[in-house]
Design a protein around this ligand. Structure first.
Ligand code: MSP
Length: 516
C-alpha cells in the first residue's frame, strides 16, 4: 500500500488560531482525505511550537509559568481544529519529554562530530519571528517583513550550516519536486547563492530559560527553530531506539506543507540539520501562499487583522469555507478572502450548479417515480459524450490532487456539472415526464449519476455535505474513489428530496440564515 506523511507547521502556541493558520491546516486536512480516498495509508501531523523568547514573554505577561501557559493555549488549537472538522493523527507539542530527549540527542550527535562550535555572536534578533539577522539582511533597520529587531552580543553555539550548502544545492537540482512551487525553489536557490552563515542554535539561560537545555553546556537552551523543526522527525521516531521501524516507514514519505514566510527555515536550516544527522531529506516542501484581508495584506496577529476561524466558518458555513479555500486560493499563491467573495462563489458553484441539480433531480424522481431510480439512459451521441466526460473525472481529479492543484481538480468537476445542467435544460424531463415517462427517466439518470460521482469526488472537501448528498440518492456504505469512474452503478435505489443542501445566500453578506 502506498503511504504519505503530511505535516503542517507547528503554530506558535502564544497566538490563537486565526483564519491564516486555519487555512494552512485545512488544506492539509483536504489533501490527507484525498490521499486516503485514493487508497494511500496516511499520517497527518499538526501541533504547536512552545518554546522561545516570545512564549516566555507572553507567559510572564499572563502571570503564569511557561508550561501552564502553554497547556492552556495548546487547547485553543485543539478546540479550533475540532470545530473546523480537522482530522489529524498527531497533535505535536514540543514540550513532550520524548521530543526534548531526542532534540538533546541530535545536538549531542552533531556536537560530537564537530559540527557545532562556540563563538561570540553579535547581530540582530527578531523576537516575533524568532530569527537571527545580519546587518545586511535588515531593511531600514527592520526585518524584511518589517518586524522590530534587537541587538544581541553574547557567546553562543553555532551549527556549521555552511558546510552543507553545496550538497543542498545539488539535492535541489537533482530533485525538481523537492521544493514547490517552482517560484519558491528559485527563491531558495537565490538565498543559497548568497553567502550562507552558520546557524546560531543556542540562547544563554541568563536571558532565556524556556527551552530545551543544551546537553553539553547547561548554561544554554536550544534555539527554538532548531528544536521545533526536529518535531517532524521525532514525531515518527527519529533518534528513538525503540521506534526505528516506524521511522523507516513514514520518514521517506514526508511532505511538509508550510507558509511561504517560513521557507528558509525549512528549506535551508532543517535540510542541513538532517544532513548533519545523516538522515534523508523529506520528499517535498510545499510553500503555500497567504490569506489576504480586504486590503490585500497578510492576515496576521501583528497586523492586528486576525479573524477567528470558528466564528467566520459559522457565518459562511464550514464546508463552504473549505470549498472556497480549495477552489479560489490556488495552492501556492496568495488569495483574498471576504464574505462577499465566498458567498458569490458558493452561490455560483454550489447553490446554482450542484445544489440546483440535486434539488431538481430528486424532486422529479419523487414527483413522477415515487422516488425510485431505474438504471436506464439514452444512447444518443450527446448523452454518450457527457458520460465520457463524467467517466474521465476521477483520472483528472487524481492527477490534479497528486499535483497539489485542488482548484484544477474542482474545475474539471464543475465543468462536467455545467454540461449536465445544460443537458437537463435541453431535455427538460419535467416536460418529457408528462408524455413520455421512460424518456424523462433516462434523462434524469444522467443527472443522478453525475451527482453520485460528484459526491464521491468532492467528499474530501465537504465530507458532511457529500455524505448527506450520497445518502439522499441511495448510496450508503464506504465511499470508494473507483466508483466515481463507472457510469451506471445506481440501480433501483430510492431517493429523497430533503431540505436544500446547498442553499443560496439571498441577502447581503453576513446573513446567517443561509449557509452552505
Ligand atoms: N512556529 C513556527 C513554525 C515552526 S514549524 C516547525 C511559525 N509559527 S506561526 O504560528 O507563525 O505559523 C506560521 C504558519 O501559519 C505559516 O507558515 C502558515 O503556514 C500559517 N499562516 C499564518 N498566517 C497565514 C496567512 N495569513 N495565510 C496563510 N497561512 C498563514 O512560524
Amino acid at each position: 500500500m502506498k503511504s504519505i506523511y503530511f505535516t503542517t507547521p507547528l503554530y506558535y502556541v502564544n497566538d490563537k488560531p486565526h483564519l491564516g493558520t486555519a487555512y494552512s491546516t485545512t488544506m492539509i486536512d483536504v489533501f490527507n482525505r484525498y490521499y486516503k480516498l485514493l487508497g494511500y495509508e496516511t499520517l497527518f501531523l499538526t501541533g504547536v511550537d512552545e518554546h522561545g523568547q516570545k512564549l516566555q514573554e507572553s507567559a510572564q505577561k499572563a502571570g503564569l509559568s511557561p508550561q501552564d501557559f502553554c497547556n492552556g493555549m495548546a487547547e485553543n488549537f485543539k478546540t479550533a481544529w475540532s470545530e473546523l472538522g480537522i482530522s489529524y493523527d498527531i497533535f505535536f507539542r514540543t514540550t513532550d519529554d520524548f521530543h526534548k530527549q531526542a532534540v538533546q540527542k541530535a545536538l549531542q550527535t552533531i556536537y560530537d562530530q564537530g559540527d557545532i562550535y562556540a563563538n561570540d555572536y553579535e547581530g540582530w534578533y527578531c523576537v516575533s519571528e524568532e530569527i537571527y539577522y545580519t546587518e545586511k539582511e535588515l531593511v531600514d533597520g527592520k526585518t524584511p517583513t518589517g518586524r522590530e529587531v534587537v541587538r544581541i552580543k553574547e557567546k553562543n553555539y553555532f551549527f556549521k550550516m555552511s558546510k552543507y550548502i553545496d550538497r543542498l544545492r545539488e539535492h535541489i537540482a537533482k530533485n525538481p519536486n523537492f521544493i514547490r512551487p517552482e517560484s519558491r525553489k528559485n527563491e531558495v536557490l537565490g538565498f543559497l547563492n548568497k553567502e550562507v552563515h552558520d546557524l546560531c542554535i543556542s540562547r544563554p539561560k541568563s536571558r532565556l530559560q524556556w527551552g530545551i537545555e543544551i546537553p553539553f553546556d547547561r548554561d544554554y537552551v536550544t534555539y527554538v527553530w532548531f528544536d521545533a523543526l526536529l518535531n517532524y522527525g521525532t514525531a515518527v521516531g527519529l533518534l528513538q531506539e525503540k521506534r526505528t521501524e516506524e521511522f523507516k516507514k513514514w520518514w521517506p514519505q514526508a511532505h511538509h506543507s508550510i507558509g511561504k514566510d517560513i521557507l528558509t527555515t525549512h528549506a535551508v536550516y532543517w535540510t542541513t540539520m538532517l544532513m548533519a544527522l545523516d538522515v534523508d531529506l523529506p520528499k517535498m516542501i510545499f510553500a503555500h501562499g497567504w490569506i489576504l484581508n480586504q486590503d490585500n495584506e497578510k492576515m496576521s496577529k501583528s497586523k492586528g487583522a486576525v479573524v477567528d476561524p470558528v466564528e467566520f466558518a459559522k457565518s459562511v458555513g464550514l464546508e463552504g469555507l473549505r470549498y472556497f479555500f480549495c477552489r479560489d486560493i490556488h495552492f501556492g499563491n496568495d488569495g483574498s478572502i471576504s464574505q462577499e467573495l465566498i458567498q458569490n462563489r458558493l452561490n455560483a458553484d454550489l447553490a446554482n450548479n450542484l445544489g440546483n441539480l440535486l434539488n431538481r433531480t430528486t424532486n422529479l424522481y419523487e414527483k413522477f417515480y415515487g422516488g425510485k431510480v431505474e438504471r436506464q439512459w439514452h444512447d444518443d451521441p450527446a448523452t454518450l459524450e457527457i458520460i465520457t466526460q463524467l467517466e474521465a473525472l476521477p483520472e483528472q481529479v487524481n492527477k490534479e490532487v497528486l499535483d497539489f492543484n485542488l482548484s484544477g481538480a474542482i474545475e474539471c468537476v464543475v465543468r462536467a456539472l455545467n454540461s449536465v445542467n445544460r443537458y437537463l435544460e435541453d431535455r427538460a424531463p419535467w416536460k418529457q415526464a408528462k408524455t413520455d415517462l421512460l424518456a424523462a427517466s433516462k434523462s434524469l439518470y444522467l443527472a443522478i449519476e453525475a451527482l453520485r460521482m460528484t459526491g464521491i469526488l468532492f467528499s474530501p472537501i465537504m465530507p458532511t455535505k457529500c455524505r448527506e448528498l450520497l445518502n439522499r440518492i441511495g448510496v450508503t456504505g464506504d465511499i470508494k474513489f473507483a466508483d466515481a469512474g463507472t457510469f451506471g452503478l445506481l440501480n433501483s435505489v430510492s431517493v429523497s428530496k430533503g431540505e436544500p443542501l446547498f442553499p443560496r445566500f439571498e441577502d447581503k453578506f453576513g446573513d446567517k440564515k443561509d449557509k452552505t
